[in-house]
Design a protein around this ligand. Sequence first.
Ligand SMILES: C[S@@+](CC[C@H](N)C(=O)[O-])C[C@H]1O[C@@H](n2cnc3c(N)ncnc32)[C@H](O)[C@@H]1O
Length: 303
Amino acid sequence: MLPSNRLRESLGYLNWLYNPFHGLDAAGIYDLLATSAATERGLYLNLGYWREATDLDAASDALAMLVGETARLGPADSVLDCGFGFGDQDILWAQTLKPGRIVGLNITASQVELARRRVAQLGLHEQIDLRQGSATDMPIESASVDKVVAVECAFHFRTREAFFREAWRVLRPGGRLVLADIIPAPRIGGFPARLEHRVSWRLVAGKFAIPPENAYTKPTYHAKLAMSGFEQIRVESIREHVYAPLHHFLAEHPQTLDRLHPMARLPAKLALRLEATSVYRGLDYVLASAVKPQQLPGASRRP
Ligand SMILES: C[S@@+](CC[C@H](N)C(=O)[O-])C[C@H]1O[C@@H](n2cnc3c(N)ncnc32)[C@H](O)[C@@H]1O
């Protein structure tokens, strides 16, 4: 990298992470992060599902598989993957669950470009079609896909509710929506716990472009899916298999963070000196699934 680009990158990190009056939109964040992911073998940007995983790549794969399996992806499916990062999960699903076709939408142009190259290099371009576009304004025909999935990204969407409506529109009747998503944890405990909750949520929401409209807990999440027309709704917290095990893994393997930009490494390493309970007090992590009804309201039940 040219010294002038390196300087611009460092100033970008400085302003993003250390200037309390400055935030970036989602595409700005991911352009800045570029490929400095903490994973070793892939380019995942998620926190992982640590129920059985023992390293970051395995945990990221496990999260993708949890979403793919909850969505029941299979050969008959046409899938829309929103917020696909560098496409790791699409490649994994194409190689394991083998859905007939995956279309991806991602707002960050730099990620789309690299993800498309990775897919082409693996000869998967006929199965996986990755495009630049927004999950809240999908350039996708109504009732044209069987599954809509979003791995750790819907918290960014402006708004998540707009995404629910779009997902409902593009799904065929009987189609399934599945998300792995970050929301605020319920506020429990006395003053110190409530303060930690507030700081933890505010820091993450402020630095990771989570609009205030997306800050609601599980019951509201469930209600918003129902209001968007979905049924068979499940919103389950999997936070115990995400935050604390990730924190413990990083504390035991701090060299993992050396793959991050030095400006991002510093706050990440400082956070490792605190208890996971405190750092993640304000955050819940949910696996949500819902189905578009077979019989739409107003449609006759008789042939
Ligand atoms: C935390 S990363 C997760 C990436 C990937 N799913 C993974 O697990 O590695 C969030 C992703 O959401 C994308 N994103 C954010 N807002 C979006 C929007 N409105 N529409 C589509 N993608 C969006 C970002 O570009 C980024 O790829």
